[in-house]
Design a protein. Structure first.
Length: 131
């Protein structure tokens, strides 16, 4: 017997991304000034340098949207065995990760890009489990 239902793998994937994006949003909002300084420095040699506040707001919107959709999707998956909202949440998550990847490549942070790849692979596995 499982503590989850037949969807334990996808439930854990959804929980992983809910926790990941929740803390990312929380840290950005509660420490906006230092986060802005960090990213401004990280992207100082890229075309994004002067757009960091706008890019951060756009990323926050994607992350908040992902958290909401993943949370609602998790609820509907567990309660009603419906996958559509969870799948949309993971698709928004994948788009968010691709944005991170582009940023890391522009900053020539290849180790950072490699780390994002790990998240992206898990994200694609989650989408696959829902297909």
């Amino acid at each position: 017997m499982s503590i989850f239902n037949a969807n334990s793998a996808i439930i854990l994937v959804l929980l992983f991304f809910i926790i990941t994006y929740f803390f990312s949003v929380f840290e950005k909002i509660t420490d906006w000034k230092n986060t802005l300084l960090y990213y401004t420095n990280h992207f100082k040699k890229t075309i994004l340098h002067k757009m960091i506040p706008i890019v951060m707001i756009q990323i926050l919107i994607f992350e908040i949207t992902a958290v909401i959709l993943l949370s609602i999707g998790l609820y509907f998956l567990v309660i009603e065995n419906t996958i559509s909202i969870a799948k949309i949440g993971l698709e928004i998550s994948a788009i968010t990760l691709l944005q991170f990847l582009i940023g890391q490549r522009l900053a020539k942070d290849y180790a950072g890009a490699m780390n994002i790849t790990i998240y992206f692979i898990l994200n694609i596995i989650g989408i696959y489990l829902l297909t």
